[in-house]
Design a protein around this ligand. Sequence first.
Ligand code: 5GP
Ligand code: ZN
Length: 114
Amino acid sequence: ASHNKDDNCIFCKIIAGDIPSFKLIETDNLFSFLDIGPLSKGHALVIPKYHAAKLHDVPDEHLGEILRTLKKIAVAQGVENYNILQNNGRIAHQEVDHVHFHLIPKPSASDKEG
Ligand code: 5GP
Ligand code: ZN
């Protein structure tokens, strides 16, 4: 796997450990951690471990593992309702230019009571 790093990229700094994060899963190719501004409890991000700006910059052979990891986190969290979100480009609301997949749980009424 290539491990290109962008010194100005906040997610590259998280991968390197230069910025702390709540890590969920790390493999040779990807890194997963909790979003610092969660839209709901458990809001997670999955990113490749090398700098790639957008989805079309990720090699095909890494896409399957990203989706399997999103599934794994959803199963581990035990969430029944959730969205997978992936923004590309400023107009499409991408704020961090290191490609990332959001897993955003949608709490049910019973979750909110707890
Ligand atoms: P985007 O709008 O680019 O799809 O989402 C970027 C996400 O990255 C946002 O949900 C934001 O809260 C999250 N984020 C930005 N900076 C940091 C950080 O330093 N640490 C963590 N854990 N998440 C971050
Ligand atoms: Zn990066």
